[in-house]
Design a protein around this ligand. Structure first.
Ligand code: GLY
Length: 295
């Protein structure tokens, strides 16, 4: 990428962070800002986030903050960031108290996805991206769910385009997450609890996969969605080697979920399957959430 940018007449400087959620830290945020300041970047310069969700979230928040905002471009290199996190302008860093607790809604000027890059991913990283793809199917695209049951390697361009189009429509309607954008959190309330309990050893995609299965199982047992919803989410998670359950108890997850930033007073909006490939936002008392998941 450096070569092609230089060939196009840009001067390129690089700030590299290690792989993993620990890199989305306040320390790296400040270090990146200081790097930009020392390098005398101005508002006519552009940040390019070349990497997965961690790189995109951190770069986006740095771009939103430096000089009160400079342009940035997302170039996602993982399946997960290609279908979800590079689109829609959520940027953030983590605090020791929790994930994504500081950030901004700040849209990238451009998102470029090169499908060939994804072919070079380690198998585990490739697979975990499918949790977010399954999510888009569960949210309203039965055809996508059925397509995921077939071999997908040669269909990645259309699968990614389908997810990005769904996300685009949702974000265009509700950029700041007050309404229907919350649907994109299917599996995330439980998933974030799993990530936190594992000290972020469990990846986001894998935690969201388990979160979707757990919440869909509860919805089915409460008579809110057909068993087919639970069957297909588990079948797809199995196919992409994502776990369908967690070693953590509802009690353990509950303690984390009560600190969720999406909580409002004593209520939390849980995203719950309410039909095949259909979900709804269900406001719940925090205590009700525990009973709901405990079934
Ligand atoms: N990843 C969920 C959202 O962008 O709202």
């Amino acid at each position: 990428m450096t070569k092609s940018l230089e060939a196009a007449g840009y001067e390129v400087i690089r700030f590299v962070i290690p792989f993993g959620e620990e890199s989305k830290s306040p320390e790296n945020f400040i270090a990146a800002l200081r790097f930009l300041a020392e390098s005398r970047l101005t508002r006519t310069d552009i940040l390019v986030a070349l990497g997965g969700g961690v790189v995109g979230d951190l770069t986006g928040f740095v771009a939103a903050s430096y000089l009160r905002g400079i342009p940035f471009v997302q170039i996602p290199t993982t399946v997960l960031s290609a279908v979800d996190s590079s689109v829609g302008g959520k940027t953030a860093i983590d605090l020791p108290e929790g994930k994504n607790l500081v950030g901004a809604f700040y849209q990238p000027h451009l998102v470029i996805c090169d499908i060939d890059t994804l072919k070079t991913l380690p198998r585990e990283v490739w697979e975990e991206g499918f949790a977010e793809i399954i999510k888009y199917g569960m949210l309203g695209n039965a055809d996508l769910l059925n397509e995921l049951l077939t071999p997908v390697e040669d269909k990645m361009e259309s699968i990614i385009a389908t997810c990005v189009a769904m996300k685009r429509d949702v974000v265009a309607e509700d950029e700041h997450d007050h309404g229907m954008r919350q649907l994109l959190n299917l599996g995330h309330t439980v998933g974030h609890a799993i990530e936190a309990l594992s000290n972020y050893k469990q990846s986001h995609g894998r935690a969201v996969g388990a979160g979707m299965c757990i919440v869909t199982e509860a919805a089915y047992k409460h008579g809110l969605c057909p068993k087919e919803s639970y069957d297909i989410v588990c079948r797809l998670c199995d196919k992409f080697r994502l776990s369908t359950r967690t070693e953590y108890t509802v009690e353990q997850m509950y303690d984390i979920m009560t600190a969720d930033k999406k909580r409002a007073g004593n209520k939390i909006n849980l995203i719950v399957p309410c039909g095949f490939a259909q979900c709804e936002i269900r406001p719940m008392e925090i205590t009700e959430l525990k009973c709901f998941l405990g079934v």
